[in-house]
Design a protein around this ligand. Structure first.
Ligand SMILES: [Cu+2]
Length: 279
């Protein structure tokens, strides 16, 4: 068998490179075609628009740098690796070069960090005073929701009072504010109305995630963590638990229904107080 020459090796390398490139390009094309959309699900909240803008600007900035750096690396390999007998230039202490490759990325990163800081502060500022409040509770392996009822106040709860059938939320009958609390299987929200979501967990850590709202908040046992957002599109969305929480994690879904104020009031009117009547 003849020993491959340098030219043979280069031809083989070029074929492998072309094959890898074609595989990646075909993979991306098929994925886009099968999904029918470019990437993220259509955004349906006010904060989501800010997050998407930040996401894409970060992607374009880092993506452009990634391509440029690798193109430069490729050029160097092509230019200086061809003959294989050149020695690389080598020196110590090049003040200007060192300052350049330290300061330019530092400034770029500082700009991106402050861009995310602006979005973060907008998302985490105090919610508007007219926001409605709802509680979300994760448990293995379902979601439940609690509305405060006409008095606008959530009643006291106690894990010791939890009865899976009669009192799944552990509402305390001794607290008058608990008498009108509503516990529901679906989360209903009003379009364009800010909502404060109090996220809780009954057993282990779960995560309240609605992709279209770009909202993701861990549900931690023993804590009530609040987050808020404004749903901007009517429709039905999926809550997917985003924290591996046990064998049934994959079926831990909930539904969010975003509707007009009239439909919401009509639905709310049909709900019955969760607390069992006193015996
Ligand atoms: Cu879960």
């Amino acid at each position: 068998m003849p020993i491959p020459t340098h030219a043979d090796e280069r031809r083989t390398a070029a074929k492998v490179a072309a094959l890898i490139f074609a595989t990646v390009a075909l993979g991306v094309a098929f994925t886009l075609y099968a999904r029918g959309r470019w990437w993220l699900p259509p955004v349906a909240s006010a904060h989501g628009v800010l997050i998407d803008r930040l996401f894409y600007s970060t992607l374009w900035i880092t993506g452009a740098i990634f391509v440029l750096v690798h193109a430069f690396l490729g050029y160097l390999v092509w230019r200086h690796g061809a003959r294989g007998d050149e020695r690389a230039a080598h020196w110590h202490e090049h003040r200007r070069l060192e300052l350049t490759y330290t300061l330019v990325p530092a400034v770029g990163l500082a700009v991106m960090v402050s861009m995310s800081g602006v979005v973060w502060s907008k998302i985490h500022r105090a919610p508007p005073s007219d926001a409605m409040v709802v509680e979300v509770r994760g448990e293995q392996f379902a979601w439940q929701f609690r509305y405060p009822g006409p008095d606008g106040r959530f009643g006291r709860t106690d894990p010791k009072l939890i009865d899976p059938r009669r009192n799944p939320w552990g509402l305390d009958p001794a607290d008058p504010a608990a008498a009108d609390d509503l516990v529901t299987r679906d989360l209903h929200l009003v379009v364009d109305r800010p909502v404060r979501v109090r996220v809780r967990a009954r057993d282990v850590i779960h995560s309240f995630f609605v992709a279209e709202f770009r909202v993701k908040q861990d549900a931690v046992p023993g804590m009530t963590v609040e987050t808020w957002f404004v749903p901007t599109k009517t429709g039905v969305y999926e809550i997917a638990c985003a924290e591996l929480c046990g064998v049934g994690h994959y079926v831990m879904r909930g539904r969010v229904i975003v509707e007009g104020p009239d439909a919401f009031q009509a639905w709310l009117g049909q709900q019955k107080p969760a607390l069992p009547p006193a015996r």
